[in-house]
Write a protein that binds this ligand. Structure first.
Ligand code: ADP
Ligand code: MG
Length: 254
């Protein structure tokens, strides 16, 4: 589903900064992968390369056997819109629109028929438990509801892969768990491939595999198996090995 080879990113500046170095990462179709590492280790840079928001300095990326780096501007925009779904820490919803209006945006851009839109909205809203607030405006709902609306928007066009950067970063622990349960459910039921950057070990424990990066390089990876609690503990152990602010677990809300 996703394959990066030798992916590197150097940010030019007074001092050139190597944000990513030779990353080889493969994500299988239907897999749910977490990306963790200290702040500044290159997590968002990696996600943004895969999201085609930013371009690598060298190396290659294949998403669903397609190479976004070879696409022309319009083709790339279409690719991003059809094949990918995005979830951000700050929800990125349009505050004066209703929940429903926000959710259908990707379909509006595709010119989907109204009947089909209504059917799809009803289905994703049901899946995410937000049917009752479809007519509310974004400024009227809670953070947890907003993130569920953002997830609905990210999946309504049935993308191949959902990319999430700190989706629980602005949520309290209860809302975080609900959001993670939803992402887990979508991954299981729809087999949507997911890649999620997080510094929250609880959020990470809902994924199937966590890949750790340090100083722009792959450090380690661990697999969940069938016990989420044990996986959570393994995540904590690797974070303390990693050091830096990744091992500052004082903010953990268990
Ligand atoms: P993380 O998401 O793991 O906290 P980032 O991927 O945001 O880390 O950043 C990795 C490194 O690249 C950091 O040292 C950061 O300062 C640097 N960096 C990120 N974006 C830019 C940019 N646009 N220009 C210059 N340096 C950047
Ligand atoms: Mg980041």
């Amino acid at each position: 589903m996703l394959k990066t080879s030798n992916l590197s990113k150097i940010y030019d500046g007074k001092v050139a900064h190597k944000a990513l170095e030779n990353i080889d990462l493969a994500i299988e179709e239907g897999e749910f992968v977490g990306i963790m590492g200290p702040s500044g280790s290159g997590k968002s840079t990696l996600l943004n390369m895969v999201a085609t928001i930013d371009q690598p300095t060298s190396g290659s990326i294949l998403v669903n056997n397609k190479n976004p780096l070879e696409m022309k501007h319009d083709e790339l925009a279409k690719f991003r819109r059809r094949e990918l779904g995005f979830v951000f820490q700050d929800f990125n919803l349009l505050p004066t629109l209703t929940v429903e209006e926000n959710i259908v945006l990707p379909l509006t851009l595709e010119g989907t028929r109204v009947k089909e839109m209504e059917k799809r909205v009803a289905a994703v809203a049901e899946k995410l438990g937000i049917s009752a607030i479809l007519n509310n405006r974004i400024y009227e709902i809670s953070g947890g509801q907003a993130q569920r609306a953002a997830i609905a928007r990210a999946i309504i066009h049935r993308p191949h892969m959902v990319l999430a950067d700190e989706p629980t970063g602005n949520l309290d622990s209860k809302a975080s768990r609900t959001v993670m349960e939803m992402l887990e459910k979508i991954n299981k039921e729809d087999r949507t491939t997911m890649m999620m950057v997080t510094h929250d070990p609880i959020a990470a424990s809902y994924t199937e595999r966590v890949v750790f990066i340090k100083d722009g390089k792959l450090f380690n990876e661990i697999h969940r198996g069938d016990n989420r609690q044990a996986f959570f503990q393994k995540v904590i152990d690797v974070l303390s090995l990693l050091g830096g602010d990744a091992s500052d677990l004082s903010s953990i809300r268990v």
